[in-house]
Design a protein around this ligand. Structure first.
Ligand code: THU
Length: 314
């Protein structure tokens, strides 16, 4: 199948002056995708760059049960990108797929101007369904889904974003590139969680949930609930934050501030409790609900005797 994106192809086939070549490690991939028989509606260099990024992120997956590591990169309209890795749970159906992780991380960061998803594995039918509302009528081939009716970012902008990201310190415990500063106190933490909740994607329920997760030492990431016409494909705010923390290597999280403004008795659902127990048993959970004073708990208090899948890990 050949799609047309003539204006963009014509412009971007010229190397914009001052554009740096892709990093050395990307060259082989670029060559491979140039030889592809499929003419994607995006320059081969851009796709290859994103494929290489996805391959770089895949090892960060949390996949103790399958050892199948995977990552997906969401590309945004200005060339910025948001990664997501596979995050497994002892309860297998609670898997956060790499694509769901990238999608929900971007939404929690307040971004929804998706133009492409590039995965380290072929895009499945479920993933197609998942991204369809966010990338309507996408061109999908192997591990790439691209929105064709929207102007795509310039290669130079994508490469810039990739180079900038690659230049950060990614050694364990050092990366802080996407983390917000820790709140000064509980009320500041709650204010941040409420602020996050304003990015919740809730067309089905109009029930926004927001949270921040992290530690004073490393900083915090956001989580928001993300809904889908197929309810099975959405994700709660708490699990969204866990997925983001794993992708960016935010280990040692100590605290989650969680806001659920429309329910005075709201607490993390059973699925979130299960995932929170596996991610951080003793996390301080500060719950802010519908004008009531915040309440504190921990994942193990909320889910005693949780299923830990001891015999499952490979
Ligand atoms: N929700 C959360 O985000 N966290 C929870 O722990 C409870 C439920 C979301 C999921 C869905 O978007 C909406 O709230 C209604 O279930």
């Amino acid at each position: 199948m050949t799609m047309h994106y003539p204006e963009y192809t014509r412009q971007s086939s010229r190397q914009p002056s001052g554009q740096r070549p892709p990093p050395l490690a990307l060259r082989a991939l670029c060559e491979r995708s140039k030889r592809s028989s499929v003419e994607a509606p995006m320059p081969a260099t851009t796709i290859a760059t994103l494929q290489a990024l996805a391959a770089d992120f895949a090892p960060r997956s949390y996949a103790p049960y399958s050892e199948n590591r995977a990552a997906c990169i969401a590309l945004l309209s200005d060339g910025a990108f948001v990664p997501g890795v596979r995050v497994e749970n002892a309860s297998f159906p609670l898997l956060i797929s790499a694509t769901l992780n990238a999608l929900t991380t971007a939404l929690a960061e307040g971004r929804k101007d998706f133009v492409a998803f590039v995965s380290s594995r072929p895009i499945t039918h479920v993933e197609r369904d998942l991204i369809e509302p966010f990338l309507p009528g996408a061109w999908v081939e192997d591990n790439v889904a691209i929105r064709t009716e929207r102007r795509l970012p310039e290669i130079a902008d994508v490469l810039d974003a990739v180079h900038k990201f690659a230049s950060l310190d990614h050694s364990p415990g050092r990366f802080t590139g996407h983390f917000a500063d820790a709140p000064m106190n509980h009320s500041a933490g709650i204010a941040e969680a409420r602020n996050a909740a304003s990015s919740a994607w809730v067309p089905e329920s109009d029930f926004p949930v927001g949270c921040i997760l992290g530690s004073a030492e490393r900083g915090y990431v956001n989580g928001v609930n993300v809904e889908h016409p197929d309810w099975n494909l959405g994700l709660c705010a708490e699990r969204n934050a866990v997925g983001t923390a794993v992708t960016y290597g935010l280990d040692g999280a100590t605290t989650m501030y969680l806001t659920c403004l429309k329910d005075p008795f709201g607490t993390p659902c059973g699925a979130c409790r299960q995932v929170l127990v596996e991610f951080g048993r003793t996390l301080d959970l500060v719950m802010d609900r519908a004008g009531h004073p915040p309440e504190k708990s921990t994942p193990t208090m909320l889910l005693p005797d949780s299923f830990d899948g001891q015999t499952l890990a490979k």
